[in-house]
Ligand binder design. Sequence first.
Ligand SMILES: [Zn+2]
Length: 119
Amino acid sequence: MHGWSFERFQVFLGYKCALLGIQVVYADARYTSQKCSYCGHTSKANRKSQSAFECQWCDLSLNADLNAARNLKNNYLAARGTSPRGGLPVRAPIVSAKYQGETVFTPDPSLALETSPRF
Ligand SMILES: [Zn+2]
């Protein structure tokens, strides 16, 4: 895709997907690489490297592209007024805690709404 304009890519993607009956949707991509898809904490420090994401608030650690993709999904669903599991938009509760710099509880990422495999 190097050298392609995003507009041209969107036109081609829309055309190909229409032929296959696949719906193309758009979502706000701002800060998706810095925002934790679990707790919502947004910081440049969350991005440890090109491929590693580590939330400075809840300690969620996962592939940076996967985290960004989950944020895109969440942004799209929030713009539609739905959560990943249906109903009204909600944010996963922050259930992690740090005390005097030490993590005293780490959330189970599989319980996060954003980790729903249905998207
Ligand atoms: Zn987090």
